[in-house]
Design a binder for this molecule. Sequence first.
Ligand code: HEM
Length: 200
Amino acid sequence: MAAEKIYVFKRFERFWHWSQALLIICMLITGFEVHGSYSLFGFEHAVSYHTVLAWSLVTLWVFAIFWHLTTGEWKQYIPTTDKVVAMMRFYSVGIFKGEPHPYRPTKLKKHNPLQRIAYLGVLLFIGPLLWLTGWFYLFYGDWAVWGVNGFLSLEWVAFFHTVGAFMMLTFLIAHLYLTTTGHTPTAHIKAMVTGWEEVD
Ligand code: HEM
């Protein structure tokens, strides 16, 4: 039973979250068309949409990094081992038996330990992998000028970019499932819309 409401997601954070979600979904759709998985817009269009979306996402990430650093919100992502085992036990067993959630979010610690690890992985690994390989992909024509022709190959850049895309897709699926595991299936989604989280 929800007993109390706390304001956890600020306005910029909600804007960042939803616009990033939309951009990433569109990047997955256009990216896998470029990859040749299906035909939807046509290859040429998919490439140009993907490029516009990429620049939008990179711009958003720059603002988000600035916001996290200036507000101190980056501290929300510092990993902790506290309650990690309890969380893993909850998501694999407890949740199916209706046991109470082992973690109670607060304004200063809104992410549970598993969320911290997962989001940090996205922010420090999957994001930069897509960003870096995407940039090398985008500026393939300039490799000779940059002097990286000798040790970079387009095949490897494309391979690691695709690996990053599959990792992002896996994260998205797991994230979507976990958003439904609040005290009601839509509680966490509502919190990211309104900013207010209901806690037990
Ligand atoms: C969530 C983020 C992203 C996803 C899911 C994604 C996904 C993909 C996928 C699956 C491909 C096809 C790869 C292949 O088969 O070779 C691709 C191609 C590409 N991506 Fe991304 N990408 C993302 C972000 C970015 C970013 C940030 C950039 C640039 C900074 C970028 C630039 C490119 C370029 C230039 C191509 C190749 C297009 C061409 O063939 O001309 N992507 N992307």
